[in-house]
Design a protein around this ligand. Structure first.
Ligand SMILES: [Zn+2]
Length: 250
């Protein structure tokens, strides 16, 4: 799985080897690769473990522009330890992703009653799972954008469990089901992760970039789970209809 940098072996080259699923980071993040000062470095060259927690460090030959920073953000997100998704479930078997989703939701649905109960994104409403994960208008825009990306529309569900129910009942081709099933899990996880970054690391809420980040994560996780998906992250971002066409033909 992507991101287990506790597991990395000596000698793996960060940009040039296939250690992150079946992708090479230099192919997926070409702009910042070109600017990287250490193009042939090993994984360990990119890890700063001087502090209490390990993190990735990169050096570039000049300051990054905004569009390059967003690629760096995507790279960092890609390298984050990720939850394990069961993406190999059969279409007609139990909705395994929903089970994973429900345990994810029950885990993230427990909101600490002693802390401030205002939503970190809008600071205006009480933080409930539904508000943070679905109905806050910028979050709602992320969902709507993802459904547009897929080429469909929906009626906004009023709870996370109804969302997962609607999702599992959605009519889609068997070959596409794995991608479809990954969407709500990656999205819920990504929103919650962003909420925690805002809460605990004082990041500013930035839900505008979340949709692209979510699609990137879906692509990377799926590609890491299957060698059959030979599409690039860029294809996932900009050409999902062509990907769906290909997998339906194949
Ligand atoms: Zn809010």
């Amino acid at each position: 799985m992507v991101g287990g940098y506790q597991e990395f072996k000596a000698g793996i080259r960060f940009w040039n080897d296939y250690w992150c699923g079946n992708i090479r980071l230099k192919d997926e993040f070409p702009r910042i690769y070109r600017l990287s000062l250490n193009k042939d470095g090993l994984l360990k060259d990119y890890v700063d473990d001087s502090g209490p927690t390990k993190h990735w460090v990169f050096t570039f030959r000049r300051p990054l522009f905004d569009w390059e920073k967003s690629e760096l953000l995507r790279l960092n997100t890609t390298l984050c330890p990720t939850p394990i998704l069961n993406l190999e479930a059969q279409d007609n078997a139990v909705w395994s992703e929903a089970i994973a989703g429900q345990s994810l939701v029950s885990r993230i649905g427990i909101l600490d009653g002693s802390a401030s109960t205002l939503c970190i994104f809008c600071q205006a409403q009480q933080e409930t799972a539904e508000h943070v994960l679905i109905s806050y208008h910028l979050v709602w825009k992320v969902w709507t954008g993802l459904l547009q990306w897929w080429g469909t529309t929906w009626v906004v569900p009023n709870s996370v469990s109804n969302l997962l129910l609607w999702w599992s009942g959605f009519d889609c081709r068997k070959s596409e089901r794995r991608i479809w099933n990954a969407i709500p899990l990656v999205t819920l996880w990504s929103i919650w992760k962003h909420r925690n970054e805002c809460l605990f690391q004082a990041s500013s809420p930035n839900l505008q970039e979340l949709q692209e980040l979510i699609v990137t994560r879906i692509a990377i996780w799926l590609k890491a789970a299957s060698t059959k998906l030979h599409f690039s992250i860029n294809d996932f971002l900009h050409n999902i209809s062509a990907i769906r066409h290909c997998i339906n033909e194949g």
